[in-house]
Write a protein that binds this ligand. Structure first.
Ligand code: IPE
Ligand code: IPE
Ligand code: MG
Length: 246
C-alpha cells in the first residue's frame, strides 16, 4: 500500500499551512548561493500543491516571504521577488488546469509593483476555480496582521459602527487576512527549526504542528503524505478529556 493510499479521507485536514524553510542551507550543501536554493524550492512548491490537491485538501497556505525577510541582503530580496513574478506567471496555466484558486495574504502593497500586478492578475485569472485554494503568505507576519485588525476594529468603534460589547472572536477573525479561510488543522515546518516565526499566530491556536528535518528543496509528495499520516494519529482534544472525545 502506498503512503497516499494509507491516508484516511474521512479525517483529512481541510487546510494545511507550511513554513517552507531551509532553502539557504540546501544551497550551501550544494556549494551554491542562496538563490539556487530558492529556485529549487519552486519544484517542491509544485509537487506539494499537486499532492495536496490530489488527496483532496481544500486550502494550502504557503509562507513564501515574511515581513522580517525584507531585512535580508538586498540582492536576495530582489532575486526572490523576481522568482516570484516569474513563477506566478509560469504556473497560472497549471493552476487553471487543476482548478486551483490563488489567493494571497500579507502586506501585498509593499511588494514591487510588477510583482503585485502579476499576483493580482493570477488571483483574478484563477478566481472561479473550486478544487483547492492556494494561499501565498507574502510580506506577511502575524503581528502585522493582528495590528492591522486592531486598527480596523478601533476605527469602527471610533465612527460608532461597532460597539465594544459586540466584539467577540468572530470580530477578530473577520478582520484578519484569513477572514474567509478556515483555521489550518495541520502546520508543517521544514528544515528542523522548531518555531513559528510570526506565522498565523491567531489561526494556529489549535493546529497540530509537524516539524521535519527535510530542507524545503528536498520536500516531495511523499513528505506531505507522511505529515498527513502523522496528523491522523493525533488525538485533538480542544481542552476536553480523552474520554469525552470518543
Ligand atoms: C526559506 O528558506 C525561504 C524564505 C524564507 C524566503 P531560507 O532562505 O530561510 O533558508 P535557510 O533557513 O537560510 O536555510
Ligand atoms: C520563515 O522562515 C519565513 C518563511 C519561510 C517565508 P525564516 O527562515 O525567515 O525564519 P527564521 O528567521 O529562521 O525564524
Ligand atoms: Mg530560514
Amino acid at each position: 500500500m502506498s503512503l497516499k493510499d494509507k491516508i484516511n479521507p474521512e479525517t483529512l485536514p481541510q487546510h494545511i499551512a507550511i513554513i517552507m524553510d531551509g532553502n539557504g542551507r540546501w544551497a550551501k550543501q550544494h556549494g551554491a548561493d542562496r538563490i539556487f536554493g530558492h529556485e529549487n524550492g519552486v519544484k517542491s512548491v509544485r509537487d506539494t500543491v499537486e499532492a495536496a490537491a490530489e488527496v483532496g485538501v481544500k486550502f494550502l497556505t504557503l509562507y513564501a516571504f515574511s515581513t522580517e525577510n525584507w531585512n535580508r541582503p538586498q540582492e536576495e530580496v530582489i532575486a526572490l521577488m523576481q522568482l516570484l513574478v516569474h513563477t506566478i506567471n509560469a504556473e497560472t496555466k497549471t493552476l487553471n488546469k487543476n482548478s486551483i484558486r490563488l489567493q494571497a495574504i500579507g502586506d501585498l502593497k509593499s511588494l514591487p509593483v510588477d510583482c503585485y500586478n502579476e499576483l493580482q492578475e493570477a488571483i483574478d485569472n484563477t478566481k472561479n476555480n473550486t478544487r483547492m485554494t492556494l494561499v501565498l503568505a507574502l510580506s506577511y507576519s502575524s503581528r502585522w496582521e493582528i495590528t492591522n485588525a486592531v486598527k480596523q476594529i478601533a476605527e469602527k468603534i471610533e465612527n460608532k459602527t461597532l460597539s465594544v460589547a459586540e466584539i467577540n472572536e468572530n470580530t477578530i477573525n473577520s478582520h484578519l487576512c484569513t477572514a474567509n479561510i478556515p483555521d489550518p488543522e495541520l502546520m508543517i515546518r521544514t528544515s528542523g527549526e522548531n518555531r513559528i516565526s510570526n506565522f498565523l499566530l491567531w489561526q494556529l491556536a489549535y493546529t497540530e504542528l509537524y516539524f521535519t528535518e527535510k530542507l524545503w528543496p528536498d520536500f516531495r509528495k511523499e513528505d506531505l503524505y507522511l505529515a498527513i499520516l502523522n496528523y491522523q494519529t493525533r488525538e485533538r482534544r480542544f481542552g476536553k478529556t480523552s474520554e469525552q472525545i470518543v
